[in-house]
Design a protein around this ligand. Structure first.
Ligand code: AMP
Ligand code: MN
Ligand code: MN
Ligand code: MN
Length: 281
């Protein structure tokens, strides 16, 4: 029997809101004995080439992306795996998403000034540098200004859903995101389905819609989670006949819930996305 492969299909680099450069992420994955690593930065493909170049072992890199989408006025994340990074339609759409991020960042900063904070936009832009800007960069700017102690507190007080600085972003519609991934030869994966804090009914509606749109898989494991969460996700995958993906959603070292390559066994009743993806590498 072949040795089981250790896969991680959801990770971030400094191309978006991760703290490790693509090369440093690859080194960390190699130390963690990961066999197959997908780079899935938010709305950008920029980290992928550097990650591939940095490989100094048998580690295989799957080109990926985590695309922000709108479903019924909510933000939903869709991971695209095995995408063709030279696909011009995908590249053009991601450029629009990046512009939406820049516009949203400025709006969030403006909201924050109404909360009595200084204008954090210039600092956030500077922290993001060439990265695809997101709320974590605004959080980092708050930490730097001594307003909060860490990213978590920034989300809890200002940036999280339902908090004062929430603004709508001009993300693409979910159906369009699914189509975009497929036309770029990718596999579409509904990211961390339990992270959206939907009621049971709404979660089922999301899965039904995603399935009707042609969505292929859901994340069964998204970092460390409880047995009850795994059971709920297993049931969703069975009900809607989704394939399953697994990923740590790694952003930075030292985060015990999001360790590279960490996940639990896949129930025999489910079909993992990766055999087909590995065939293509
Ligand atoms: P954005 O992509 O700009 O909407 O920001 C979402 C990102 O913020 C997620 O991908 C996480 O990396 C991060 N994030 C979301 N919620 C929290 C939280 N409560 N604490 C710290 N980071 C968070
Ligand atoms: Mn993130
Ligand atoms: Mn996400
Ligand atoms: Mn993610």
């Amino acid at each position: 029997m072949p040795a089981p492969v250790c896969v991680d299909f959801h990770t971030h680099t400094t191309a978006s809101d991760g703290s490790l450069s693509p090369a440093a992420l690859v080194a960390a994955a190699e130390s963690a004995n990961v066999d197959v690593l997908a780079i899935t930065d938010h709305d950008t493909l920029r980290g992928i080439a550097a990650a591939k170049e940095a490989v100094g072992s048998d580690l295989k890199i799957v080109p990926g992306v985590e695309i922000s989408a709108i479903w019924r006025r909510r933000n939903i994340h869709v991971v695209g795996l095995g995408i063709d990074v030279s696909n011009n339609t995908l590249k053009a759409a991601l450029l629009q998403q990046q512009n939406a991020r820049i516009a949203r960042g400025a709006k969030i900063a403006k909201r924050l000034t109404k909360q009595g904070l200084p204008d954090l936009y210039p600092a956030a832009r500077q922290i993001a540098g060439t990265a695809c800007i997101g709320r974590p960069h605004l959080a980092d700017a708050m930490v730097k200004a001594g307003i909060v102690k860490d990213r978590r507190s920034a989300f809890r007080r200002y940036l999280g859903d339902g908090k004062p600085a929430v603004v709508r972003a001009a993300w693409a519609e979910l159906a369009d995101v699914v189509r975009l991934i497929h036309q770029a030869s990718g596999v579409s994966v509904l990211a961390h389905p339990l992270a959206y804090k939907l009621t049971r009914t709404k979660l089922h509606e999301l899965c039904r819609d995603f399935s009707d749109m042609g969505g292929q898989a859901i994340e069964l494991h998204s970092g460390r989670q409880t047995a009850a969460e795994t059971a709920a996700l297993t049931a969703l995958a069975e009900t809607y006949e989704f394939e399953v993906s697994v990923g740590s959603d790694f952003h930075q070292p030292g985060h015990s819930r999001h360790q590279l390559g960490h996940h639990y066994p896949i129930p025999a009743s489910l079909t993992p996305v990766w055999p087909a993806l590995l065939d293509r590498l």
